[in-house]
Design a binder for this molecule. Sequence first.
Ligand code: SF4
Length: 348
Amino acid sequence: MNKLRPDIRSLSKLQIEDFFSLNNKPKFRANQVYEWLWKHRVLDFNLMTSLSIDDRLLLDSTFSINSLTLHDYKSSLDGTVKFLFQLNQNKVVEGVLIPHRNRYTACISSQAGCSLACTFCATGKLKLYKNLSAGEIYDQVFLINEFSLRKFNKPITNIVYMGMGEPFLNSTNVLNSISHITSKQGLNISAKRITVSTAGIVKIIKRIADLNPKFNLAISLHSANDKVRTKIMEINKSNSLKDLAIAIDYFYHKTKIKPTYEYILLNGINDSIQDAKDLIDFCKKTPSKVNLIEYNQVANIPYQKSSKRSTKIFMDLLEKNKILVKFRRSRGEDIGAACGQLATQNKK
Ligand code: SF4
């Protein structure tokens, strides 16, 4: 990373326009530069061939372009691909491509490590190393999309912010990355195809609702009982279910977007009939959907997936109570790419 020159990808298009104005250059140059940076992901000013040589030199002497690179990848027997992306200083973050029927979903990271330490999650065992920049988040999507085009001849269809980290503890960079992904001069992917998943940072859910976002919101709920939830998700101590429900309802009424509750079924922890009833009550507060997720074994974490029988009873009870529910089977478990398994932080 060049510490002396600012990263041009941390600037908005307006800020790039201001830069050109200050240097007595036409503002439309900013459009050209923006497209080179985001649509084409050109990381060398000298390759921006629609700019004059003078302009390229000016940019090169003023800015740097920081990026993340693809270091390695592994493919699962079920087609899922796990990527290792390299940051500076030997650190890596992980992303995943999940091909399933007509969907090609990119699961990306928003932080290197995580500060929240949910007890069922491998990333939670790592310390937070840093918030990823908007460019580093965007690069994961861009590189996974390129891979998908090469390997499957299909572009990615969906993006989920469900990799390493808590997106709403890096909300400015996450929102900026979404604006580049959705921009016609970026990847031009509809916000409706993007889902941001949070462990439930109440204050930020409300703040983002006020911005009237178009992307989908998922809540890592995993229990609708304060006692149980606090045991498995420390964040519940400071962001209780009562406050979370109020924030979610606020989000729904501002945006008309139904939140999805992610619920990993853990044997003997959150999969009883009473747990299902608590979840039903919680769901009835705001129009919503539920994804029941099969737990993926993580080394040194003592939880186990729920039995087939408990899963069926739990799901049937939700359906009987008219809750929109889907069951998500584990994918990419054999390569450590499944939900809750992402944990590499240092380059191997
Ligand atoms: S589930 Fe999400 S918020 Fe919780 S520790 Fe894992 S990455 Fe962090």
